[in-house]
Design a protein around this ligand. Structure first.
Ligand code: 5CA
Length: 439
């Protein structure tokens, strides 16, 4: 994309309404535009990041054996009346009436709908285990939407739902998602720590939140220091094998959100190993047994022919929240510093002298080799403005092309993270950019 033709609006001023750095930078870098309280439009750069994040989530769900579907955002109230949650959910649920005066709602989550859909086909234990997920917009009429996409009212979630014959099977499905989550966040360059968590309106008694430590996080968390730099995922897991050896480390060391905090267990940890911090919840997984299958009458024939309610779990990732969390974890005073795997473009090619034939030719050549994974700043603007916008938007690489370099067949390659600069051949610049994107 050429900047002279692009819709990539950046702001010089810091928007007054944004309280945390990720929200400020999302507005300033032109990623999002608020359309109503807690509801955002995603502009081209934001949409590209959102899709990159969603694609990583998708690949790791698929790898773990889950299958993608797409359920609607609008649900009939009747489904929720069957589970008994229609009244429990209260004012967070956006309730709608259609022209026939039928009660509908904008889905805050999909346990009921998936139980109904899966139940229409599952007949016997041979139809188990299964794990189905979708990546779809949700609506929760939060009392206090804030921090931009971090706590929105409309937000993009990946939600997966597992069905198993036995409790042991369900725990295995839970561990598959646990490990898939560790891989998902690690691929984005994030350290998300699983912590024992409250189950709230989803229900059940086994639950972990995946938390990224950040001062601006909304959750208070308590954990053992050993969890901070533990990495169990050096090799790809075999998802069909027993995964307890991978999850074991996190169950052996204390880590809990405020709601699940246990003073006695906490005090048993040597004081030097206690870390109490703030964090951002980017994922949340639940095992809740037969809560929905029993309430909604889902049964399959077991091996002996007798009807069984499948054991279920659900597994959420805040896809749109992750974009904010990624910026909280990756920025400096000048703007965003995108990790390579989620950057909207791998590089910005900055033409310092549009109209100069040799400069245009060299910048055009580098851009053509990288397109569509690069921007070409061909605007008739000051160099300082181009550098500031590139830093603000956070492209992992900047390729700076000026008349002097063009005459010598050289470009300047700048790494956004760390700021190192080197004069290299256009071929080397292209190779290094491609390599870091595919690593
Ligand atoms: N049905 C379960 C699992 S699929 C569920 O809804 N879990 S949840 O309520 O914990 O939401 C899953 C994830 O969505 C959270 O971990 C969080 O990352 C994200 N999320 C929840 N509420 C919001 C919100 N208001 N704005 C942005 N992201 C949110």
């Amino acid at each position: 994309m050429r900047l002279s033709r692009a819709f990539l609006p950046t702001l010089k001023e810091t928007p007054a309404e944004a309280q945390i750095v990720s929200h400020r930078l999302m507005l300033r870098a032109g990623l999002i535009r608020q359309t109503a309280a807690g509801i955002y439009a995603w502009l081209p750069a934001g949409q590209r990041v959102l899709q990159k994040v969603a694609q990583i989530v998708r690949e790791e769900q698929d790898r773990a054996g889950a299958q993608e579907i797409l359920m609607p955002t609008i649900q009939p109230a009747e489904l929720w009346q069957r589970s008994g949650r229609y009244d429990d959910y209260g004012k967070e649920m956006l309730r709608i009436r259609d022209r026939h005066d039928r009660e509908m709602l904008y889905g805050p989550t999909n346990e009921e709908m998936i139980t109904d859909i899966f139940g229409a086909y599952a007949k016997s234990y041979r139809d188990l285990p299964r794990n189905l997920y979708h990546i779809q917009w949700k609506f929760r009429d939060e009392v206090r939407p804030r921090f931009g996409v971090m706590r929105g009212r409309e937000f993009l979630m990946k939600d997966a739902y597992s069905f198993d014959l036995t409790k042991e099977g369900a725990i295995h499905s839970y561990r598959q998602m646990f490990v898939a989550y560790l891989r998902t966040f690690a691929r984005m360059g994030l350290k998300a720590i699983p912590m024992q968590a409250d189950t709230g309106p989803i229900g059940g008694n086994l639950s972990h939140e995946f938390i990224i430590l950040a001062e601006t996080g909304e959750s208070q968390v308590f954990l053992h220091r050993a969890l901070l730099d533990y990495d169990a995922l050096r090799e790809a897991p075999d998802y069909d094998s027993d995964l307890s050896h991978i999850t074991e480390f996190w169950t052996r060391h204390y880590a809990a959100t405020d709601e699940k905090h246990d003073e006695a267990a906490w005090n048993a940890i040597p004081e030097a190993d206690r870390v109490s911090a703030r964090g951002i919840e980017v994922g949340h997984i639940f095992y809740f047994g037969t809560k929905y299958s029993a309430a909604m009458g889902l049964t399959v024939a077991g091996p002996d022919g007798a009807p069984v309610h499948p054991e279920m779990g659900s597994y959420g990732i805040g896809v749109s929240r992750l974009v904010g969390a990624l910026i909280e974890a990756n920025h400096d005073a000048n703007g965003i510093i995108w990790p390579d795997p989620v950057a909207p473009w791998a590089a910005a090619v900055i033409n310092l002298k549009p109209g100069d034939a040799a400069t245009d030719a060299l910048a055009g050549q580098v851009y053509a080799a990288l397109a569509p994974d690069a921007l070409l700043d061909d605007r008739d603007a000051r160099a300082g403005e181009k550098f500031a916008d590139a830093d603000l938007m956070g492209h992992p690489w900047q390729v700076i092309v000026g008349p002097r370099g063009a005459a010598a067949g050289r470009v300047e390659l700048k790494r956004r993270r760390g700021g190192e600069r080197a004069e290299v051949s256009p071929e080397d610049a292209i190779a290094r950019i491609r390599e870091s994107r595919s690593a």
